[in-house]
Design a protein around this ligand. Structure first.
Ligand code: ZN
Length: 188
């Protein structure tokens, strides 16, 4: 707690000056949390439920100004290629986009994950069965995720993602999901 130096110097402070000093100290204490808040960025959270594995994960992956390694490791595992079990580091900037989108949409739901990391084997398998799968997909680099929300339409999620201008945004209306990636800003 901050106390004005002049207050200490008084040998016999009057009751009034003591109260004034306390008031000043209290005022300083009330201001300091806000100052600390401005100095370090706010914690960032992300919550997922996986549509294929049915696993759930909710973590504060960024706090006190840095990414939390343990949370990122849990997220890497969560977003593994569910077909092969292959794990790949996921770009933390992807979680930042999802965190921003959570705030922007006001959702109270976890993101439903359709696809996270994709191994080369899975990607070529999917390409054989779908025309919408790119050969150089950012899913292969751990820089993309396909998601939907229970309480926000995929069209509204797409619009919010486009407004954010933080990477690629793909809208798949028939499958009802939005592709989000940390590549250059573009949409389809
Ligand atoms: Zn995708």
């Amino acid at each position: 707690m901050y106390l004005p130096p002049a207050w200490f110097d008084r040998r016999a402070p009057s009751r009034r000056s003591v109260l004034q000093g306390l008031a000043a100290a209290l005022a300083a204490a009330m201001v300091s949390p806000r100052a600390a808040f401005a100095a370090g960025p706010e914690p960032r959270e992300v919550a997922f439920v996986h549509t294929h594995t049915h696993e759930r994960l909710s973590v504060t992956y960024f706090a006190d100004g840095s990414y939390d390694d343990e949370s990122l490791a849990a997220l890497n595992w969560f977003l593994r290629d569910h077909r092969t079990g292959d794990e790949h580091p996921i770009d933390p900037a992807l979680f930042d986009i999802l965190h921003e989108l959570r705030l922007a949409t006001g959702t109270a739901s976890p993101y439903q994950v359709i696809s996270g990391y994709r191994s080369p084997r899975t990607n070529s398998l999917l390409r054989e069965h779908s025309s919408g799968v790119a050969s150089g997909s950012l899913h292969l680099q751990g820089r993309a995720v396909d998601v939907r929300l229970a309480d926000v339409s995929s069209a509204a999620l797409r619009d919010a993602a486009i407004r954010l201008r933080r990477g690629g945004v793909g809208y798949y209306a028939s499958s009802d999901f939005v592709h989000i990636d940390t590549g250059r800003v573009r949409c389809w």
